[in-house]
Design a protein around this ligand. Structure first.
Ligand SMILES: Cc1cc2nc3c(=O)[nH]c(=O)nc-3n(C[C@H](O)[C@H](O)[C@H](O)COP(=O)(O)OP(=O)(O)OC[C@H]3O[C@@H](n4cnc5c(N)ncnc54)[C@H](O)[C@@H]3O)c2cc1C
Length: 274
């Protein structure tokens, strides 16, 4: 049977889905805070992506697609898709998307893309995944991808947020992944989770650039300071975080990678400030 000739699945009711999108059903919603939520939805088998990529996703609004860039937070082997989303009070999309419920239809763009993929990095020993806020999303996918642990000896997920309760998926890293029946063995001794908080007391406080520059993160994790000979870095944060980390990495001799030109670090904006 040739899948290509089967018509794309259509929701039984509601507006027609434009050809550039899959229409998928929401299967789970979880609100972390009044500014942050996650949801899962069904996944068309034809929707393929590389861990770390993003797609245009959203809703039909007034008969038209209303979409924004979103990183897939789920691993590529998952039969569903998962997203981690901000709630912007007057944001065109997220003022609506935050109200999605199980059974609702969401649009998933058919063309995933992005720079935060392991193919854009040269081989190395330790992979550093540095995120602020929803910049964690692509790393939720990469950190659950067995192939990443074949390529790297250590994988560090460093997530910086303002308040402790914004440490979304902390339990995934601290408990669920190590306990996972299949991934547990793969990540054991390799995956290191390093949460930090900037505006509240926490065991690791401060901006990621400060934690790197003071050497605190290396002392805490028992790893040597960043060195382009061994380390590979992915950045996904606010424009300020990306800019400061880029400058710090380049001062240490790291080179930015891109599609068809692998480097020692790659970067993607977690969002664009208008
Ligand atoms: C490559 C890429 C990947 C992205 N992946 C994600 C993702 O996985 N999850 C996600 O929530 N957003 C992600 N975004 C941001 C997303 O595209 C939208 O901006 C966001 O969903 C808000 O949409 P909106 O229409 O409600 O408001 P917009 O008009 O898009 O944004 C309004 C303002 O809200 C602020 N803002 C927007 N997004 C964020 C955010 N994520 N964190 C903090 N402040 C923000 C900015 O100041 C922006 O100017 C990504 C953006 C890019 C460029």
């Amino acid at each position: 049977m040739n899948d290509a000739i089967l018509p794309a699945p259509r929701p039984p009711s509601g507006p027609a889905i434009p050809a550039a999108y899959f229409g998928e059903r929401v299967t789970w919603v979880h609100h972390w805070t009044e500014r942050l939520f996650s949801f899962r939805c069904t996944r068309d088998p034809a929707f393929r992506f590389r861990a770390g990529e993003f797609a245009m996703i959203g809703l039909m609004a007034d008969g038209k697609p209303l979409v924004r860039a979103y990183s897939m937070a789920s691993p590529t082997w998952d039969e569903e898709l998962e997203f981690l989303s901000i709630k912007v009070q007057h944001g065109p999309l997220t003022s609506r998307l935050q109200h999605v419920a199980v059974g609702d239809v969401v649009l998933i763009g058919r063309k995933p893309t992005g720079t935060l993929v392991t193919d854009n990095l040269r081989p190395g020993r330790t992979l550093w995944l540095l995120a602020t806020g929803t910049g964690l999303a692509p790393f939720l996918s990469l950190a659950r991808e067995p192939d990443v642990y074949e390529r790297f000896e250590k994988v560090v997920v460093a997530h910086t947020v303002r308040e402790v309760r914004e440490l979304a998926h902390r339990e995934l890293f601290e408990r669920d992944l190590p306990d996972h029946e299949l991934l547990g063995e793969i990540v054991a001794g390799k995956l290191l989770y390093y949460p930090s908080v900037t505006r509240e007391p926490f065991r690791t406080q401060g901006r990621i650039t400060t934690l790197i520059e003071t050497g605190r993160i290396f002392a805490d994790l028992g790893l040597p300071p960043l060195d382009p000979a061994n380390d590979r870095v992915m950045l996904c944060g606010s424009e300020a975080m990306n800019r400061d980390c880029k400058a710090m990495l380049e001062a240490r001799g790291f080179e930015e990678g891109a599609n068809n030109a692998p480097g020692t670090y790659v970067v993607e904006k977690a969002f664009v400030t208008k």
